[in-house]
Design a protein around this ligand. Structure first.
Ligand code: NDP
Ligand code: 8X3
Length: 251
């Protein structure tokens, strides 16, 4: 049976790679993000193989999130798989020097945005007693690293929400699981360092980081297990990485 997956943050990195892989595997897709041109390009590229619907909204805006989901045409109104992926880091500063605007952005996008999406979509899954939710956390949600303070807090919140969702949705047979990646080379560090390309590229130098496609494959594996198998929580790191602070550079 054809399934529909909604992916937030589909315009770049992990979300985009997941969209491309899922389209190859025959999933119909609802792709979300703020960069319209990229959404349209993906629709043209992937729409040859599967049905694609694009939604442009800022996940921070609660009203826009609900309007976007309410606007879905009938063919896309049943969301079988929700991939809560949109997120980012803003800044990497000690707590006394952090910018409260950055803190707000991370909490608004990574935590509140994820909750708004979930609230807009889960009730119908509950009604149908079916669905699968994949939350993209981070190793930063499993351990705290220096200067990571609020980003780590936001991803620890995702970890808690993932566990809470699994408990609360257990009675309805809805699967809930998280993937917690380590270092993946995407636009993530460019956003964190506010467009400082040199600083961003240094994060991924001297070792082989994960590619967004590596995480996309893990997500695909999770959603293609038989129904009785729920992969609840996974940590995936590059081989060169042992923890948030131990990375074997020059490896
Ligand atoms: P990218 O920066 O490449 O992608 C982030 C995506 O999130 C973009 O598609 C962006 O779309 C979307 N997004 C960001 N802000 C908003 C917003 N306000 N409203 C709607 N969409 C938004 O990063 P990654 O692919 O690396 O990140 C994806 C997820 O993976 C994040 O949750 C991140 O925390 C997590 N992660 C990343 C790791 C890494 O090392 N890269 C490691 C561990 C976890 P647009 O700008 O078009 O809105
Ligand atoms: C992204 C990985 O180590 O920059 O979540 O926090 S890290």
């Amino acid at each position: 049976m054809e399934k529909t997956a909604l992916i937030t943050g589909a315009t770049s990195g992990i979300g985009k790679a997941t969209a491309q892989l899922f389209a190859m595997k025959g999933f119909n897709l609802i792709l979300c993000g703020r960069r319209q041109e990229r959404l349209e390009k993906l629709k043209n590229e992937l729409g040859r193989d599967v049905a694609i619907h694009i939604l442009n909204f800022d996940i921070r805006n609660r009203e826009d999130v609900f309007l976007a989901i309410e606007s879905l045409p009938k063919d896309f109104s049943q969301i079988d798989i929700l991939i809560n992926n949109a997120g980012n880091a803003h800044g990497l500063d000690p707590i006394d020097k952090g910018n409260p605007d950055d803190w707000e952005a991370m909490l608004d996008i990574n935590v509140k945005g994820l909750l708004y999406m979930s609230k807009a979509i889960i009730p119908k899954m509950v009604e149908r007693k079916s669905g699968h939710i994949i939350n993209i956390g981070s190793t930063a949600g499993k351990e705290v690293y220096p200067n990571g303070n609020v980003y780590c807090a936001s991803k620890h919140a995702v970890d808690a929400i993932n566990q809470g969702m699994r408990m609360d949705l257990n009675a309805y047979g809805i699967r809930v699981g998280a993937v917690n990646p380590g270092l993946v080379e995407t636009e993530f560090s460019g956003v964190r360092f506010k467009g400082d390309a040199e600083k961003a590229s240094k994060v991924y130098q001297g070792y082989q980081p994960l590619k967004p496609e590596d995480i996309a494959e893990v997500i695909l594996f999770m959603v293609t297990r038989p129904y009785h198998v729920n992969i609840a929580d996974l940590i995936v790191m590059p081989t060169a990485q042992a923890s948030s602070t131990i990375v074997n550079k020059n490896s």
